[in-house]
Unconditional design. Structure first.
Length: 293
């Protein structure tokens, strides 16, 4: 009985560890950009994670149907675009700022699926938080905001696409196939600087990024989501900016201004409010932490 009672608590703990793992992977990736292009890190991250998942799951590509391949392919393109955009964003913006802007993607999706006053209040908070965040960013960093917004749109599309994929595949098989397809899509952008990965430090760091940003959190999520309700998991996802701020401070020595901290807090409250208010879609996608990084 005690074991069963503790299961939800342990599941929440695993989910929190997964969130921090993703942000730590993002911080390591940003630290690598001085020697490796962001697009090359994306290629390495998607390729390593996808091949590892297919190997561990022993996914048989030959048995996949045309519908499975097309659906996984579409998700792979979304994953490639989302990650290419996000890594360009964190190459220009503080990690916590980029993560907070990206969080607007699933928040907008949640608000779009609901019509309650709580949801519209959450939208107002999110808009206010975004204004504070972006208003304190130098005008020359507009490209970073643009890429973060693209990543936000990609995350919303990922949530929709991953639900479709999870309905056609067993467990993480579909995500593994999608990651490999995403790596192929990212190859034209990342192969140009691939030679920089031949040095030990960049190669080891890139593999660590793949593990921290995808393999570890996806494995933890596969356990946590069995016991954590969708609403609670969505609430936990609002911790992503805090995790990003903490890891960025420790790894990258990035600090935030007071307006930026207030803006992050407002977006977090908006996300939590939207989640607790309930949305029409209640099923949590497989491994949603894959979105941020």
């Amino acid at each position: 009985m005690q074991h069963e009672a503790d299961t939800p608590t342990r599941a929440v703990g695993l989910a929190i560890v997964a969130i921090f793992s993703v942000q730590l992977g993002g911080a390591f990736a940003a630290d690598l950009f001085d020697v490796v292009a962001p697009s090359t890190v994306v290629l390495m991250r998607l390729g390593v994670a996808g091949l590892a998942l297919i190997a561990v799951r022993r996914t048989s590509i030959r048995t996949l149907t045309r519908e499975q391949l097309l659906t996984a392919g579409a998700l792979g393109l979304v994953i490639a675009g989302m990650n290419l955009s996000f890594y360009q964003a964190i190459d220009r913006l503080p990690l916590a700022v980029a993560v907070t802007i990206e969080l607007l993607g699933p928040l907008a999706l949640a608000i779009g699926l609901a019509r309650s006053p709580r949801e519209f209040a959450a939208a107002a908070l999110a808009i206010g938080g975004t204004v504070l965040l972006t208003g304190s960013i130098p005008s020359g960093e507009g490209a970073g905001i643009f890429f973060a917004v693209l990543a936000a749109a990609g995350w919303a599309l990922y949530i929709v696409g991953s639900r479709r994929v999870s309905g056609l595949f067993d467990s993480l098989d579909g995500i593994g196939v999608a990651l490999c397809i995403g790596a192929v899509a990212a190859a034209p952008f990342g192969l140009g600087d691939a030679g920089s990965l031949l040095s030990p430090r960049p190669l080891i760091t890139a593999v660590a990024v793949a593990a921290l940003s995808a393999l570890i959190p996806m494995s933890l999520d596969s356990v946590a989501l069995r016991s954590v309700p969708a609403r609670l998991y969505g609430l936990l996802m609002s911790l992503s900016p805090v995790a990003a701020a903490m890891t960025a401070l420790l790894v990258l020595q990035q600090s935030l201004s007071t307006p930026q901290l207030i803006g992050i807090a407002l977006v977090m409250v908006a996300t939590a409010s939207s989640t607790m208010g309930g949305v029409r879609e209640t099923r949590t996608p497989r491994s949603p932490t894959l979105g941020p990084q």
